[in-house]
Design a protein around this ligand. Structure first.
Ligand SMILES: [Zn+2]
Length: 422
């Protein structure tokens, strides 16, 4: 990416001022790599992953061993491995111009048979301005099977990388220098388990992050990576800070606060905000919310039924029509509740698909004579006086569909008569 804006040109110019990562910094990065003594278990031969030296021990190594060649203190690891790769990440944190610079140094150790290769190299550099916006420089990289690999030894240049540069680091090398704004906002040289970019951006851009950071409430910060959520619950978080409230499950706490708000509870009251047993409160509030939502749905349904009843007024004249034979009893539906119950009991869509809206259509419910159980629902066309469909439970074709249809056809004159009387 070619530097185009003034800021990009400035970063490129400043970039030339930075010393390459060499000497003690490199040593520090390499020192982060785990030092291991591999032994195979059968005999007491050991392999030093630092220098590749092999030696015989008098007995099985205990937890640690010292390499006789390089003097490194090694962690004894029983393994059959011949090859291995270690990658660690170190940050150098400094100020250059008016930018906070984070230099990411990758230390790698490749073990191949008896050969050991170690190298440390700066691969990414972030330039953060006082507003928390950053520019990225990286060496060249490639992507294979969704993995990024570095092209070592290439130029550090401004790029828009296709991967996230929000890296965690295994160590910070040497003395840090930071922008005075960062010091003012609470940065004391420790990342407390966050990525450097998250910390610097958070402290420069977000006053809530800054408040929590200054109060050492990393537990809350860690559980709430979504700052929008933090913003929503901020009034409650302030109560938490004031009461120095602790819990081991902040996710549950955030969920609870959000449900309390929806219930209309006072989320600035410390009695609600700082409970002893957050899980119990969470379950209680959840039940309360569910009850409220059921009630709300019921009210909505009733409202809707009122509207539907108005629409159905035009069919009320047919409502009186009912007839039966020895087996069945046929009713003509003409209220919202009847439509709703019919759909509910028969598991079909006469209610949800809004059959009451169809101008031409009349719905009949066929019940068994002896126990009044629903057997079928029938759609009648009011213009042609024909049966459009006859459905049983779950839209299946009912048994004895012919008998039912015959009964209705025999009584069709009742509908014609009511229609003609108006
Ligand atoms: Zn060694």
């Amino acid at each position: 990416m070619k530097a185009r804006t003034r800021k990009e040109k400035e970063v490129e110019r400043l970039s030339k001022r930075l010393w390459p990562v060499t000497g003690s910094k490199k040593e520090y990065a390499l020192g982060l790599i785990p030092k291991e003594a591999w032994w195979r278990g059968r005999d007491f031969g050991c392999f030093c992953t630092c220098c590749g030296h092999e030696w015989e021990m008098d007995s099985a190594p205990s937890e640690t061993a010292v390499c006789p060649a390089c003097g490194a203190e090694l962690k004894a690891v029983r393994t059959r491995k011949e090859n291995g790769k270690f990658y660690m990440f170190m940050a150098v944190i400094s100020v250059c111009g008016k930018y906070q610079v984070i230099r990411f140094v990758e230390a790698r150790r490749i073990i191949h048979g008896k050969r050991v290769f170690s190298e440390a190299e700066e691969v990414v550099r972030l330039w953060i301005d006082v507003n928390g916006n950053h520019l990225t420089q990286t060496i060249k990289y490639g992507v294979m099977h969704y993995n990024v690999y570095w092209k070592y030894g290439t130029c550090m240049e401004l790029r828009n990388p296709c991967f996230s540069v929000n890296f965690y680091v295994d160590g910070i090398c040497g003395k840090q220098s930071v922008l005075s704004e960062l010091r003012r906002n609470g940065y004391k040289g420790r990342l407390n388990g966050f990525t450097p970019l998250d910390v610097f951006k958070g402290l420069l851009q977000n006053s809530m992050f800054e408040t929590l950071w200054k109060a050492n409430r990393f537990d809350i910060l860690k559980s709430c990576t979504d700052l929008n959520r933090l913003r929503l619950e901020w009034p409650s978080v302030r109560i938490v800070l004031r009461n120095n409230y602790r819990t081991d499950d902040w996710q549950i706490w955030f969920d609870t606060m959000s449900m309390m708000r929806r219930c209309g509870m006072d989320v600035t009251n410390s009695v609600y905000v700082c409970p002893d047993d957050i899980r119990r409160v969470h379950d209680e509030v959840q039940k309360r919310l569910e009850r409220m939502e059921r009630r709300k749905k019921q009210v909505e349904l009733e409202e809707k039924m009122k509207c539907v009843d108005k629409v159905l007024e035009r069919l009320s004249k047919y409502g009186e029509i009912r007839f039966c034979d020895g087996k069945w009893n046929v009713l003509t539906l003409h209220t919202a509740k009847e439509y709703f119950d019919e759909g509910n009991h028969m598991h079909h869509c006469v209610w949800s698909n809004e059959y009451w809206k169809k101008k031409d259509c009349l719905i009949l419910s066929v019940r068994r004579n002896d126990d009044n159980a629903r057997v079928a629902t029938v759609e009648l066309s009011l213009s042609s006086y024909t049966i459009q469909q006859c459905r049983g439970v779950s839209n299946k074709v009912p048994e004895q569909v012919d008998d039912i249809e015959r009964l209705i056809k025999d009584n069709m004159y009742r509908y014609k008569r009511v229609a003609n009387n108006n």
